[in-house]
Ligand binder design. Structure first.
Ligand code: SAH
Length: 487
């Protein structure tokens, strides 16, 4: 191949660039003199003056210096710090176009990585209100330039904290909770944790909000075993929640509208201990302080208890849509044996249990399995059994134990971003389920695993993206594969 001659640009140069595409992280992509440039906060259809940030052999990174002609798909982000904050990558894009982008991203991965020609995709299921939908927040706490505590979000790809009072994708009630924490830290001079020195006490504030029940958990993450003056924090939080309820009631009365939010209640104040010098947010120890160490919430008709350490989908109304889609793809008649791998607190398992003979869930976090068992009991479900451990250990071990006779009718997997280990996929194939329902939060690993399953007797049927994360580039997909021999 001919050596690239270079694009004639160097770092910091300004140049005009037409953005033609959107990349896998939501960034704009444009071509200049044979070079591909990736530009954060730019979008397809923009013409910009770009500034070169970094040059590689035949591609580079640039930033938007000026938008010369805005893309017709652009909207003004609601959040004033949308550009700096690492949380939302797509606020500058209309929601309709965000959905189109996500649908195409998954389709491209299935084609390119999965090797599926023109994959069948059902239309994406979007959110009715793509703001204020998150039920879980992890706010980093630090020290500002003026020495005062800052609470907010990390700037993209860094650990510098953007002090934020109002986040447009979090449950609204978080704003008053964080104001109470801020006031508490200042009044009692509690030191925020400082990453560089490893000193200070308060690292993060984890909150969980039950959108149906109104139950709130606040769980400060401590670089220590105790929060001094915790009683004052409790009082401030309770007062803040009370005031928020009153304010909402007044607003609703004023516009004679319908109350969209539940009446909130501080259900739990507990602490998480994390003394490690690490980027991992949560430690493993939970210290109860006030109320329970969990909140309760619903997805559809199913009630769930959620502990601080357990994974729980962040967008409950779309989670219901996602699970219903998974259930539709599972196509259960009532007599099936179903495995739900990476089951978390048993959310999908319990959804499936009503329609199956027996469900087995597998999950690596012991606290989540404890929640899953409680949740089965809470809902009077007796045909769900749960195993703690890595799916790639538990399933092959169970299969071995059965002397290779263990079978399943349907296997559901919902792995973290890295997807499934090949040893797990091999066991799934050996168990000969008629259907595999793959729920995925990473389209690249989904496509990789679909390819493996395709080469081992499982045919790709269809997939559907269910948007759980409006304004961000993240994508949640449900995909159906069937055993070729059983078709
Ligand atoms: N299905 C659940 C959880 C999905 S998130 C829900 O919808 O709520 C992925 C889950 O996989 C997390 O709970 C995580 O703790 C778990 N996990 C991560 N690695 C795992 C592994 N190797 N084996 C089993 N579970 C794992």
């Amino acid at each position: 191949m001919k050596e690239q001659a270079g694009c004639g640009l160097k770092k910091n140069d300004l140049f005009e660039l037409k953005i033609e595409d959107i990349g896998s992280e939501g960034e704009g992509i444009g071509r200049y003199d044979g070079f591909t440039f990736f530009v954060k906060d730019a979008t397809a259809g923009d013409v910009i003056t770009a500034r070169v940030l970094k040059l590689k052999k035949n591609y580079g990174f640039a930033r938007v210096e000026k938008i010369l002609t805005p893309s017709p798909d652009r909207v003004t982000p609601r959040c004033p710090v949308a550009k700096q904050c690492g949380g939302c990558q797509l606020q500058h894009l209309s929601y309709e176009k965000q959905l189109e982008y996500k649908h195409n991203k998954v389709k491209n991965c299935l084609e390119r990585i999965g090797g599926i020609e023109n994959p069948v995709m059902e239309p994406i299921l979007g959110m009715t209100e793509p703001y204020y939908y998150r039920n879980k927040a992890q706010f980093p706490v630090g020290v500002g330039k003026d020495g005062k505590p800052v609470i907010g979000f990390y700037a993209g790809r860094t650990h510098s904290i953007i002090d934020t009072e109002h986040c447009y994708i979090q449950a609204r009630v978080n704003e008053c909770l964080m104001a109470a924490v801020r006031e508490f830290l200042t009044e009692y001079q509690i030191a925020p944790y400082e990453e560089e020195s490893g000193t200070g006490l308060v690292r993060h504030i984890l909150t969980r909000v039950g959108f149906t029940t109104g139950e709130i958990m606040v769980c400060p993450v401590l670089n220590g075993d105790k929060l001094p003056h915790a009683e004052a924090l409790l009082a401030k939080l309770q007062k803040a929640v009370e005031e928020y309820n009153q304010k909402t009631a007044l607003q609703v009365a004023e516009i004679a509208g319908e109350r969209k939010e539940p009446i909130f209640k501080l259900q739990s104040l507990c602490f998480n201990v994390n003394k490690e010098r690490t980027n991992v947010i949560l430690g493993t120890k939970i210290i109860p302080y006030y109320g329970e160490t969990y909140i309760t919430d619903y997805i559809g008709e199913v009630k769930y208890q959620i502990s601080p350490l357990s994974f729980y989908q962040v967008n409950p109304s779309q989670t219901r849509v996602l699970y219903e889609q998974a259930l539709a793809y599972a196509d259960l008649a009532g007599g099936e044996i179903v495995w739900d791998l990476y089951c978390g607190i048993g959310t999908i398992s319990l959804f499936l249990a009503a329609k199956a003979k027996q469900v087995y869930g597998v999950e690596i976090v012991p606290e989540a399995i404890a929640d899953a068992k409680k949740n089965a009991a809470l809902n009077g479900i007796s045909n769900a059994e749960f195993f703690v451990g890595a799916a790639e250990d538990v399933l092959p071990a169970q299969y071995e134990k059965s002397g290779g006779t263990m079978r399943a009718d349907v296997i559901v997997v919902d792995p973290p971003r890295k997807g499934c280990e090949e040893s797990l996929l091999a066991t799934i194939v050996a168990m000969q389920p008629k259907r595999v329902v793959y729920v995925s939060c990473d389209s690249a690993t989904l496509a990789r695993d679909v390819k493996y399953l395709g080469e081992h007797g499982y045919e790709y049927v269809k997939a559907r993206v269910v948007d759980q994360f409006g304004q961000s580039g993240h994508c949640e997909t449900v995909c159906l594969l069937v055993r070729k021999a059983s078709r």
